[in-house]
Design a protein around this ligand. Structure first.
Ligand SMILES: [Zn+2]
Length: 544
């Protein structure tokens, strides 16, 4: 598996290294220039602070630049195309050229596919710039800029102004204080996944133990980082917990899986058993790893396992730790809050000296053989293009009420969709109840790999913040995310796949990490309108 580790070129984006972003797409009014309603006069163009310097920095870093702008003043006859072009020429005279201008000339009543919050402008800009939306960042000042970005599968950054509504700020995956800060963070994230030059110690390219000891979703979002390690190692052994075992078997780049519960990671841990810890240490020693990379979530510590790995004789250990690690870590990596989990993990791999193969992409992915259709599956699902509704969640606080999901199934069916309802073996009662509203009940019919195949053939998945959302991202299926804000959406939202976020991002459960909803009535998801789900499916399932 994988070539031997070659000397990396260092942290220089470009030169064959994989980059997160190819292009930055900017909203015009309120982001680049002062918002002068329906402006057709170049004399009234005023740049916002930091824009000129920020755009220069982005260009210097090799990023292409585009503008994505609603200009309904054209449809309303407030200014002509010629006047608009004069405004754009003035903007370019002030800040330099853009590589793409994408303008929606329509009015709300026109029912077009390009007016933000619809994703048409973002998709068109990506095409013109020779890339895909997943490799674009959209910077805007209001919620519909971010919504358009997410619906296209791009990254959205909100730079609020005094007119930005607080709900829009709460719902955004990434908020920057001003334009300069947005640029700084785009460049920081781009830089953070470039592999560091490895010190000349130890054997290179041997066996590397990677660790992600949590549930299926956690293992799936670590996939890109594990592929980066696999690109530089001869052999990759993944240590996972029982709840992540099925997902571990789906990841490309993993040669062997070791399963063991870790009492400092498990949500429902047994008491620490010294004999069992000794057995785990022996098992880890038997792996014969030259080094280990311990992937954790932002509220977990790599240090207890790092101690066992030292006792097992592993010479080089990398982990993310705010806590002082003493001699437990050779690579002590730190990540600011808010970074998407897949990138957080990729940045640890990079700090340990591992980067993705040049042909690889920083997206979630599964083994190709896991996705080959099995006989009989198509008979259970019917033809491709259905909508999957997955009402369960590994954590109760992240699931909407069964009746809410039943209403969603009824609304989708009434809108002409064929709906499949999925769930694990323990969720059969739930899926039966939800599917009774008009869907096909597939509860308990598929293991995780089977569910991946079902999702791969779906037009869209409707789900909470739980493993199957990441499974859909890994097979490229768009997600309507009923996202309880108990953890940050920017870190845990579906990664680089077209997404519509629903639910109240300002609910009091926000950032509590609660497993059971602490607020009576579960308000964050109780207010999700089935009509909004139908509208979201219409946007996401529309041809790109
Ligand atoms: Zn339009």
């Amino acid at each position: 598996m994988g070539a031997r580790l070659v000397e990396h070129p260092g942290r220089t984006p470009g030169g064959g290294a994989v980059t997160l972003f190819d292009a930055v797409l900017l909203d015009r009014d309120g982001t680049l220039v002062e918002d002068v309603p329906y402006n057709g006069d170049p004399e009234k163009v005023r740049l916002l602070p930091g824009v000129r310097v920020g755009l220069d920095r982005l260009r210097a870093a090799g990023l292409r630049l585009g503008v994505v702008s609603n200009q309904s003043g054209l449809a309303r006859g407030f200014f002509s195309v010629g006047q608009m072009r004069a405004v754009h020429a003035r903007i370019e005279a002030l800040v330099g050229p853009f590589d793409s201008w994408q303008v929606c000339p329509h009015d709300e009543a026109d029912g077009c596919l390009c007016r933000k919050p619809l994703p048409g402008l973002v998709r068109a800009a990506a095409v013109e710039l020779g890339t895909v939306p997943g490799r674009c960042v959209v910077v805007g000042d209001i919620g519909r800029d971010v919504t358009a970005a997410l619906a296209a599968g791009a990254v959205g950054v909100l730079v609020p102004t005094p007119v930005t509504r607080s709900e829009e700020v709460a719902a955004a995956p990434w908020v920057a204080g001003d334009f300069c800060e947005a640029v700084e963070e785009i460049l920081r994230r781009q830089h953070a996944v470039q592999p560091a030059v490895r010190p000349a110690v130890g054997r290179r390219g041997g066996t590397v133990l990677v660790v992600r000891a949590d549930s299926a979703g956690d293992v799936l979002v670590t996939g890109p980082a594990i592929r980066a390690v696999a690109h530089g190692a001869d052999r990759v052994v993944l240590l996972c917990g029982p709840r992540g075992r099925a997902a571990a078997g789906l990841l490309p780049g993993v040669d062997e899986v070791v399963e063991h519960p870790l009492p400092w990671i498990d949500p429902d841990p047994d008491r620490v058993n010294p004999a069992e810890m000794a057995a785990l240490t022996r098992r880890l020693a038997a792996v014969g790893a030259d080094e280990a990379v311990i992937f954790t979530s932002f509220h977990q510590s790599p240090l207890p396992l790092a101690l066992l790995l030292r006792m097992a004789g592993v010479r080089r250990v990398a982990g993310i730790s705010e806590d002082y690690p003493g001699s437990l870590l050779d690579v002590r990596h730190r990540v600011p809050p808010g970074v998407p989990e897949p990138e957080r993990a990729l940045s640890l791999a990079a700090a340990a000296g591992y980067g993705l193969a040049p042909a690889d992409q920083p997206t979630l992915r599964l083994r190709a053989e896991a996705l080959a259709t099995r006989p009989g599956e198509a008979a259970a699902t019917g033809p491709d293009g259905y909508v999957v509704v997955h009402p369960g969640a590994s954590v109760p606080a992240r699931a909407a009420a069964p009746q809410r999901y039943a209403d969603i199934v009824a609304a989708l069916t009434a809108a002409g969709h064929r709906v499949l309802v999925t769930g694990g073996p323990a969720e059969r009662e739930l899926t039966e109840r939800v599917a009774a509203a008009g869907g096909v009940d597939l509860g308990g019919r598929f293991d995780l790999a089977g569910l991946a195949r079902v999702l791969a053939r779906a037009s869209c998945l409707v789900v909470g913040n739980t493993g199957p959302a990441h499974l859909a991202a890994a097979v490229g299926t768009p997600v309507v995310s009923l996202f309880a804000p108990t953890v940050p959406f920017g870190q845990w939202g579906p990664y680089r796949v077209p997404t519509v976020r629903l639910g109240d991002a300002t609910a009091p459960c926000r950032d509590t990490r609660a497993a059971t909803c602490p607020v009576p009535g579960h308000p964050c998801l109780a207010g999700v309108d089935p009509a909004d789900v139908v509208a979201a499916v219409r946007v996401l399932a529309s041809p790109g």
